[in-house]
Design a protein around this ligand. Structure first.
Ligand SMILES: Cc1ncc(COP(=O)(O)O)c(C=O)c1O
Length: 393
């Protein structure tokens, strides 16, 4: 069958694949526990749901401007001013169908065929595929567990070519949970300015930081702000994954191009979810604090348990809700008659034998790890780790 070579080249998301396998096993009635999902297990706060119901009742059910209602773009600009010390005009804000969509718009807006985009590994599974969708070339830079999975400017300099256009930054990171400090960001900002690069700064986990403080790289000066496209949204912070609202802030010319691209691809994001997002951004932060408290407790427990089990280990992440478990000592071992050579082998066997779903990091650019999400209940975490202990024993 005749199909697009470019589309054929796009890999399926490993995270979504594991999650759907987990859900299928659960539907079959199997006693399976899942750590694949990248979404809070909390419900969307009541005041946000109420705003959505009111939006339906007051007829906010029509097309809106493609880049979002002016009310929401203003609320997003105010959020950037209040929380990040950044001044944007509402016209510099583009609201999309989730942060994922904002990212695709951003790559579509800045890349020409063959342009290179530096992506530090381990990376969120979608970045390289999004770059390829926009005819760009992903260039991966390794980082090490010893260096807290952070990239240095030295490593970035090594992969720089005449075709490098942009750098992806994701702090706090999915999957590593690491958070760049202001000093580290300043060095990366200087590098980007020096080499005239765009920075795609994915800050979707900014409110889920347990030690330290979030700094947006765009807040480090006008030069870096002008070349940064900030990506953010309400999915993780407000437990609104299903509502599909993300947003971007960028230089006026870039925001305009992103809005144009979106106007032909999907038009505006859902009008009701937009109204609910205005309420989310303007509301109190009590629910976020409750969620954060639970995440810290779960993270601490998970990290301690993993590090007490022979053969596996992990670093303590400072943000997001994932733990990367190092399985390099398990690779080469035979468990239940099966040789484990890759993180895919591990994840498949762990799911099959112990009925625990974790995400192999082959798709995240480092095959020595699997990712556990702790956006699940404490009981689930205990059960999953009990099963890990038995599986490895
Ligand atoms: C790093 C990162 N960026 C973006 C997204 C996408 O968020 P959204 O659900 O708003 O599209 C995710 C979701 O898993 C993520 O982990």
């Amino acid at each position: 069958m005749y199909v697009s070579e470019k589309a054929k080249n796009i890999k399926a998301s490993t995270t979504l694949a594991i999650d759907s396998k987990f859900k299928a096993m659960k539907a079959e009635g199997l006693d399976v526990v899942g750590f694949g999902a990248g979404e809070p297990d909390f419900d969307t706060p009541e005041y946000i749901k109420k705003a959505a119901i009111e939006a339906i009742q007051t007829g906010k059910t029509k097309y809106t401007p493609a880049a979002g209602t002016m009310e929401l773009r203003k609320a997003v600009a105010e959020k950037f001013s209040r929380e990040n010390g950044l001044t944007y005009e509402p016209t510099q804000i583009v609201v999309s169908n989730g942060a994922k969509h904002s990212l695709v718009n951003a790559f579509m807006a800045i890349l020409n065929p063959g342009d290179e985009v530096i992506i530090p590994a381990p990376f969120w599974v979608s970045y390289p595929e999004m770059v390829k969708l926009a005819d760009g070339v992903p260039v991966i830079v390794e980082s090490t567990e010893e260096a807290d999975f952070k990239v240095t400017v030295d490593a970035l300099e090594k992969v720089l070519t005449a075709k490098t256009r942009a750098l992806v930054l994701n702090s706090p990171s999915n999957p590593t949970g690491m958070v760049y400090t202001k000093d580290e960001l300043q060095k990366i900002a200087d590098f980007a300015v020096k080499h005239d690069l765009y920075v795609i700064s994915d800050e979707i986990y900014e409110h889920l930081i347990y030690e330290g403080k979030h700094v947006s790289i765009a807040s480090l000066g006008e030069d870096i702000k002008n070349r940064t496209i900030i990506i953010n949204g309400v999915s993780k912070t407000y437990a609104m994954t299903g509502w599909r609202i993300g947003f971007a802030a960028a230089a006026p010319e870039i925001a305009k191009i992103m809005a144009n691209v979106q106007s032909h691809a999907s038009s505006n994001p859902n009008s009701i979810a937009q109204a609910a997002t205005v309420a989310a951004l303007s509301g109190g932060k009590e629910e976020i604090e409750t969620m954060k408290k639970a995440f810290v407790e779960r993270r601490n427990y998970m990290v301690e348990r993993i590090n007490s089990i022979d053969g596996v280990s992990c670093k303590k992440p400072n943000g997001a809700f994932y733990v990367l478990m190092n399985i390099s000592k398990i690779k080469g071992r035979t468990i239940a008659g099966k040789l484990i050579r890759t993180s895919d082998d591990f994840a498949e066997l762990f799911l099959q034998e112990a009925k625990v779903a974790v995400v192999p990091c082959s798709g995240f650019g480092n095959d020595d790890f699997v990712r556990w999400s702790y956006a699940v209940s404490m009981e689930t975490i205990k059960e999953g780790l009990d099963r890990l202990e038995k599986f490895l024993a």
